[in-house]
Design a protein around this ligand. Structure first.
Ligand code: WTA
Length: 647
C-alpha cells in the first residue's frame, strides 16, 4: 500500500514549540534519564511543597507500585485557575456554545470561573463533602460541569463523572461502586434539540442507592421535575448564598483526583483512578505540545466531559495552560451538518480536536456543508478515540483543513490519562491513519503472542514498558484487579489491549482492540457488559456479542442470542431486546444486529468460540479456522445460513 507522507509545513517547522530536532533530543533524554527529565518538566506545575522524589515505579509483581512526585503537594484547581488571575484574569476560560444556536452563548473569564468554583466548593463543604469523598457528576455539557470538577479538585473530593447518556441502571452501579453520598445533575439535558430526562434518571437510579443523601439539581431547561425534600436542592439557590472565597486544599501528589468508569474485557466497568500530581503534569504538558498551544488561542475539543478526553482536554489540560476552551453542548449534525464549522467561525477556533466517527458522518453529508463556512482561523486539527481511516483523514485534511492544518491523530486511553502516541505538529511528518510516534517518556513495544519483543517493523500486541506520570494508579476498590488486568498478560509490561503495527520508519499504526472490547463511535464497550444485559431479559438463555465493521461508527454491535426453549424468537422480540439493552446500559449500546440462534458454537468443554463469532460479525467467513474442537460443528453452519441481511 503506497502511503502518502505529509511533511511538516515550513511555517510550522519554523515556529512550533517543538521541531524535529527538539523532539528527538527531548525524547531521547526522557528515555535515558526519566528522573532528570520529569524533575524539570514538572516545574510547569505550581507546587505548594516542592517534591524531592520523582519516579518510584515498578510493573513487576515483587515490588509493584506506581508513584510520581510523591512527597510534593499541590492543588489542581489552583493550577487551573488561581495562577492565571494576576496575568490573565479577564481572559476567557470557557466559551460555551449551547445546543440550540438561537440561544445565547456564554463567555466565562478566569476570574469569574474562579469565583464560581469557590462558591460551589463552599457549597460542597456545607453539604459535608471533604477530602477523599466521592462526588458523582451526571451533567450535560454545561459550564457548571467544569465548575463541579474544579470544585471537587479544590477541596480534595474525588469526582466520578458518569456520561449523561448512560441509563439509570448504569448510573446506579457507578454510584454504588464508589459509594458516593452526593450526586450532581440537571433537570434535563439538551442534545440535538431533544431533551434528556436527567433528574428522572437520577431518581430511578437512587431507588437502588440508599447511601445518597444529597442531590444538587441544576436548572438547564426549567422543566418541572420532582424535588425530594431533604435530599434534593436547587443549584442556583444554594450557590448564591456561598462565599466566592475558598482556599485550595493542599493535596499530596498521590492523593486521588478522579474516578472514571471504563469498560474492559470482563466483568463490570472498572473505576479507573487518577491521582493529582502526575496527572496534572501529564494533562498540561501533552495539551501544550500536542496542540502547540499558546495562551490566547481559541481551542476546541469536541468530546463530552463524560469521557476521559473531556477530562484531560476540555477541562484540565487547557485550563492549566491558560487556554480559552470551547465547550459545546450540541451534536455535529443539528440543526444541520454545518454546525461544527459554524461554531469554528463564530468563535475563531484555531485548534479543533474531534472524533473520527463524527467526521465520517459529516463526510457523508457532502463537502458543501463544510465549504460554505470560512474556517480561516483553523490552524491545527486533531483526532481521538478510535483509528481514523485514511479516507476520513484525507477528507479532514483537504476539505476541513484546506491542506493547511496538520492533523494530530492521538492514541491513548482512559488509563493513560493523556496522549501517548501522537504527532507533534511542528515535528512529525504525517501518514494518514498512523498515530505516528511516542510522546516524551513513553516507551511502546510490540510483543508477539508468546511475549517475545518484535524488533523493527512488525505487528503485535502494544505494551508500554515503563511508567509515565499520567498513568492510572489503581482500580477503585480493587487493586488486585488493576494488577491482574494490566500487568499479567505480559509480566512486567503495561498491556494496552490494542493491536499495533510498526512500519519501517518507526511509525505506529493502531489496528484496534485485541481483547473483548469494542469501540462504537469512539465509545469503549465491553462485549461482556452487553451480554449480561441481554441475558438479564426473561426470554434470553444465552448471548454473545462481537464487533462488526460499521461505516460511520467504526464498529457496530452484533449480538448472537439464544432464547429460552419455550420462546419463539421473532421480530417483536428483536425490537424488544434492542430497547432492553438501551434501557439497561444506554443508547450507545444499541445493538445493530441481533441474530437468533438455536445454539452458540462451543468447545467440548463448553466455552463459546468467540473467534468464530467475531469472523461472522466481520463478515469474513471464507476461512473460519480450525473448528474441529467444536462440540457440534453444525451450529456454525446454521449460523452462517441464517445471517441477517445487512443494509
Ligand atoms: C482506541 C479514549 C486508534 C484504542 C482516549 C484505545 C484509538 C481505546 C485512538 C481507548 C487512536 C483511542 N487511534 N485507536 N488515535 N485513540 N483509540 O479509554 O483502542 O475511551 O485502547 O480512551 O480507544 O478508549 P478510551
Amino acid at each position: 500500500m503506497g502511503e502518502t507522507l505529509y511533511p511538516v509545513p515550513a511555517a510550522w517547522a519554523a515556529d512550533a514549540l517543538i521541531d524535529e530536532a527538539r523532539y528527538r533530543e527531548m525524547y531521547a533524554r526522557s528515555i535515558e534519564d526519566p528522573e532528570g527529565f520529569w524533575r524539570e518538566q514538572a516545574q510547569r506545575i505550581d507546587w505548594i511543597r516542592p517534591f524531592t522524589r520523582v519516579k518510584e515505579t515498578s510493573f513487576h509483581e515483587a515490588d509493584f507500585g506506581i508513584a510520581w512526585f510523591a512527597d510534593g503537594t499541590l492543588n489542581l484547581s489552583a493550577n487551573a485557575l488561581d495562577r492565571h488571575l494576576a496575568e490573565r484574569g479577564e481572559a476567557i476560560a470557557i466559551l460555551w456554545e449551547p445546543d440550540d444556536p438561537a440561544e445565547p452563548h456564554r463567555e466565562i473569564s478566569y476570574r469569574a470561573l474562579h469565583a464560581d468554583v469557590c462558591r460551589f466548593a463552599n457549597l460542597l463543604k456545607a453539604k459535608g463533602v471533604g477530602r477523599g469523598d466521592r462526588v458523582t457528576i451526571y451533567l450535560p455539557m454545561v459550564p457548571e460541569a467544569a465548575v463541579a470538577m474544579l470544585a471537587c479538585a479544590r477541596i480534595g473530593a474525588i469526582h466520578s463523572i458518569v456520561f449523561a447518556g448512560f441509563s439509570p441502571d448504569a448510573l446506579a452501579g457507578r454510584i454504588v461502586d464508589c459509594d458516593s453520598r452526593i450526586v450532581l445533575t440537571a433537570d434535563e439535558g439538551l442534545r440535538g434539540g431533544k431533551r434528556v430526562r436527567l433528574k428522572a434518571n437520577v431518581d430511578e437510579a437512587l431507588a437502588q442507592c440508599p447511601g445518597v443523601e444529597t442531590v444538587i439539581v441544576l436548572r438547564r431547561t426549567g422543566a418541572d421535575v420532582a424535588m425530594q425534600p431533604g435530599r434534593d436542592i436547587d443549584w442556583h439557590d444554594a450557590v448564591a448564598a456561598q462565599s466566592p472565597d475558598c482556599p485550595p486544599e493542599e493535596m499530596s501528589a498521590e492523593d486521588p483526583l478522579f474516578i472514571l468508569y471504563t469498560s474492559g474485557s470482563t466483568g463490570k466497568p472498572k473505576g479507573v483512578l487518577h491521582t493529582t500530581g502526575g496527572y496534572s503534569v501529564w494533562a498540561s504538558i501533552t495539551h501544550q505540545y500536542v496542540f502547540d498551544y499558546r495562551p490566547g488561542q481559541v481551542y476546541w475539543c469536541a468530546a463530552d466531559i463524560g469521557w476521559v478526553t473531556g477530562h484531560s482536554y476540555v477541562v484540565y489540560g487547557p485550563l492549566m495552560n491558560g487556554a480559552t476552551t470551547v465547550m459545546f453542548e450540541g451534536v455535529p449534525n443539528w440543526p444541520d451538518p454545518s454546525r461544527f464549522w459554524q461554531v469554528v467561525d463564530k468563535f475563531g477556533v484555531e485548534i479543533f480536536y474531534g472524533a473520527p466517527t463524527a467526521l465520517r458522518a459529516l463526510m457523508r453529508e457532502g463537502d458543501d456543508w463544510v465549504t460554505r463556512t470560512s474556517r480561516s482561523t483553523l490552524r491545527l486539527l486533531g483526532s481521538v478515540g478510535e483509528p481514523i481511516n485514511p479516507e476520513a483523514w484525507e477528507w479532514y485534511h483537504k476539505v476541513v483543513g484546506e491542506e493547511r492544518c496538520p492533523i494530530v491523530d492521538t492514541w491513548w486511553q482512559t488509563e493513560t490519562g493523556g496522549t501517548m502516541i501522537t504527532p507533534l505538529p511542528g515535528a512529525t511528518a504525517l501518514k494518514p491513519g498512523s498515530a505516528t510516534r511516542p510522546f516524551f517518556g513513553v516507551r511502546p513495544a510490540l510483543l508477539d503472542n508468546d511475549g517475545t519483543e518484535i524488533e523493527g517493523a512488525g505487528n503485535g500486541c502494544l505494551v508500554i514498558t515503563d511508567s509515565w506520570p499520567g498513568q492510572m494508579r489503581t482500580v477503585w476498590g480493587d487493586h488486585e484487579r488493576f494488577f491482574q488486568t494490566y500487568f499479567t498478560t505480559f509480566a512486567g509490561q503495561y498491556f494496552t489491549g490494542d493491536g499495533c503495527r510498526r512500519d519501517e520508519d518507526g511509525y505506529y499504526w493502531i489496528t484496534g482492540r485485541i481483547d473483548d472490547v469494542i469501540n462504537v463511535s469512539g465509545h469503549r464497550m465491553g462485549t461482556a457488559e452487553i451480554e449480561s444485559a441481554l441475558v438479564a431479559h426473561v426470554s434470553v438463555a444465552e448471548a454473545a456479542v462481537v464487533g462488526m465493521p460499521h461505516d460511520i461508527k467504526g464498529q457496530g454491535i452484533y449480538a448472537f442470542v439464544t432464547t429460552n426453549a419455550d420462546v419463539e424468537p421473532d421480530e417483536a422480540l428483536r425490537r424488544e431486546l434492542i430497547q432492553w439493552v438501551r434501557h439497561e446500559i444506554g443508547p450507545i449500546a444499541t445493538p445493530d444486529v441481533i441474530q437468533f440462534a438455536p445454539a452458540l458454537p462451543k468447545t467440548r468443554s463448553g466455552k463459546i468460540m468467540r473467534r468464530i463469532l467475531r469472523k461472522i460479525g466481520e463478515n469474513d467467513v471464507s476461512n473460519l479456522g480450525d473448528t474441529s474442537t467444536l462440540a457440534d460443528p453444525s451450529v456454525v453452519d446454521h449460523l452462517l445460513a441464517n445471517r441477517p441481511q445487512l443494509a
